[in-house]
Write a protein that binds this ligand. Structure first.
Ligand code: ADP
Length: 192
């Protein structure tokens, strides 16, 4: 199954996609994680995107489309993948559809984690206070900008996928286990 997890920054896409990998062995393709690995490793790709990410801007469509295709062509994804943080623009969504069609595949489901903005800000503030994995883009100012970018460039994808009849939503404000259970119920319904 090819699943797109959809939602604003801090909605819990990363958390749920990791759970899907653990519970169902579905490989996760997270453009954010892949870009952060490249930054850590200091590769040319990493160097080229470092400032963009720290500023909360989107990396170029061409760049993320390239790394997604490379990831998807790994044997681990032969039965599909969970796309996390991709696509983020209409152009990326169209490129993803084309990539899958070329491989005789398709997106089976786009699952939106619905959350409200105030909660997102407080989640990231909590993440900062907890002093966990500090990300260069996890500051309240950058988050506010990332949210702006989300509503402007990414949220229009909801209509794109609604139009394709692929969109389903779950309540992302519920506790993690409840969201996990809701996600499982939707997936089982689609697979049935
Ligand atoms: P979050 O979902 O919390 O915003 P991600 O880890 O998905 O975080 O992304 C972090 C940053 O990486 C984004 O703000 C953006 O700069 C870059 N990025 C990740 N995925 C994409 C994408 N599909 N298109 C463009 N930029 C991306």
């Amino acid at each position: 199954m090819n699943l797109v997890l959809f939602g604003p920054p801090g909605a819990g896409k990363g958390t749920q996609s990791k759970i899907l990998t653990e519970n169902r062995g579905m490989p996760q393709l997270s453009t954010g994680d892949m870009l952060r690995v490249a930054i850590e490793a200091g590769t040319p790709l990493g160097l080229s995107v470092k400032a963009t990410i720290a500023n909360g801007e989107l990396v170029s469509d061409e760049t993320v489309i390239g790394i997604i295709a490379e990831g998807y062509d790994q044997p681990a994804c032969k039965d599909g993948a969970v796309f996390d943080g991709f696509p983020r623009t209409i152009l990326q969504a169209e490129a993803l559809d084309r990539m899958l069609v070329e491989r005789g595949k398709k997106i089976d489901l786009v699952l939106e984690l619905k959350v409200d903005e105030a909660v997102l800000l407080s989640r990231v503030e909590a993440r900062i206070k907890a002093g966990g994995v500090l990300r260069s883009d996890d500051t309240p100012e950058t988050l506010a900008h990332r949210l702006e970018v989300y509503y402007k460039k990414t949220a229009p994808l909801l209509d794109f996928y609604r139009g394709q009849g692929k969109l389903k939503s779950v309540d992302g404000m519920a506790p993690v286990e409840t969201v996990t259970a809701q996600v499982a119920a939707v997936l089982d319904g689609v697979l049935a």
